[in-house]
Design a protein around this ligand. Sequence first.
Ligand code: WTA
Length: 654
Amino acid sequence: MRGNADHETTGLYPVPADWAARAHVDEGAYNIMYETSVTAPEAFWLHHGQCIDWFKPFTKVKNTSFAPDNVSIRWFEDGTTNVSYNCIDRHLATRGDQVAIIWESDDPGHDIKITYRQLHTHVTKWANVLKSQGVARGDRVTIYLPMIPEAAYAMLACTRIGAVHSVVFGGFSSDALADRIAGAASSVVVTVDEGLRGGRKVPLKANVDVAANKLAGVVTSVIVVKRTGGDVAMTVGRDRYYDELAASVPDDCPPEEMGAEDPLFILYTSGSTGKPKGVLHTTGGYLVYAAMTHQYVFDYHDGDIYWCTADVGWVTGHSYIVYGPLANGATTLMFEGIPTYPTISRFWDVVDKHKVNTFYTAPTAIRSLMGAGEEPVKRTKRKSLRLLGSVGEPINPEAWEWYHRVVGDRRCPIVDTWWQTETGGILITPLPGATKLKPGSATRPFFGVRPEIVDAEGKVLEGATEGNLVIAESWPGQMRTVYGDHKRFEETYFATYPNKYFTGDGCRRDADGYYWITGRVDDVINVSGHRMGTAEVESALVAHPSVSEAAVVGYPHDIKGQGIYAYVTLMTGEKSSDALSKELVAHVRKEIGPIASPDLIQFAPGLPKTRSGKIMRRILRKIAEDEYGGLGDTSTLADPAVIDDLIANRQNKR
Ligand code: WTA
């Protein structure tokens, strides 16, 4: 039974009694705290800003403006602190011998447990190695690593010395990596000889070589971690193994005193236009928000074993593998492998092996595991599990119910957490001890978050309604700017609906005040929970010599949520073929990475355009969705006949 009407009017899943008893906040407490957080934000954040240790306490809580031509966001601005101090040093006296990171390698026979004291030793070494390569406060360091503990060490080491990290997902190609290194003007790159996923080697160092050779003069130092011991080329004077560098640096490295608004990291993310943007987060507000959301959303208590399956290359890995959990002194699990290796029970085997209490993953993973049926789950115990989480895209009620019933044995609440790279942490979410659940709804706002639903003109809609999701007030974890381009920041997020932060998502609110994210309303698509700008894929396609024009849209995909559908017009004289189609897919993989591979390519002699030459994506989206009834007004098309051809040749694959 999954009629939406039922879910919308009643809380079908009440808070379990054991949860109400143990949680930090129950329903009554949530209501009171939420109310205070939005009516008296200064007092609320003055109190909660203390969840991290400050070297110099802040006296100013909040100083923010969403005015479209003067956006300025500052939190706790006169305080000073250090992120690695908060994630490591402050725990040493009380939990130095507690495990900070459980690393589960690709090989199920191998794991490592790193205590807080060991983490301290690693991170101070790393910090000194970075310094030995000339890295100083404010410098950018690009980290291109797989899911190995060194990724966390390198990130924390940057924060220790006040350097700004830019982590690039290991699945991005050398071209995409080069763009990001250049964008951050980062002279030091940290990488690995080879990654290991599902028993297969991934040539990360070789990718760095291609990128660094393109950027001669920019990249002066490449620090290489040994993972597989594979034989990789080392450029003399530029490339050094981490182990060699570490052998000749001191052990100790005191944390730098950083201002709350000093840059912490850059993370590139896709938007609706142009190249990916460098989202900039700063020190104090980000850490307060990551730590506090980790504590309340996952109802973290001392001793909990917590596992987020994201990659550190994405914001979820930053906030909820590394910074939030470690700031709270938690034990965080880092998994190098994939859910299907060596068997499709791997996630649940890891849960049993390490007695995981909280498990946080993406709907696409749930849907693909669902496809293999219940047996691979049911053959494991999962007795330690208490809470499940979902992030990255809307979770369809079928997947939610399966996750709840099969994985969680109906015992574990699911927190469906809505947020973005830009938001730094979770904004709309249930709290497990406080919120009745409706499958498919991210439910209610977190403390301090003021969501609003607006129509196309920006009019705020009240009550049960549907429209575009904006946030009316700043929160501490909000991004501060687009690195190097504040104007782009203002135009992207604050110009559409003046004085509000525009999320790019559509949203419905039901009669109970629950929020239901309906997906992106801009030209961003969400493929397996990975954000991809259609413009990026288009520019990769038109860079191929056979292609004259390309238009890319998303279409519904059973596992990935959305698939990538590319309409391609060839240069005069070029002939379409399966071989060319394959070549174009390979070309996009090279330009961006495997996550951007088009699922379907349709060769089209013409694309639907207005008389002024603008491609009518609305129509292309409908055709890709296989919905011809809703094509709408096509009378403004320069050449209406192209539509018939597009429909006749629509590609079909799910
Ligand atoms: C989508 C990932 C529905 C949304 C943390 C957002 C979601 C984009 C959810 C951000 C959710 C994320 N329900 N949609 N629980 N979580 N999204 O920057 O469209 O990689 O705008 O951040 O993912 O993706 P990003």
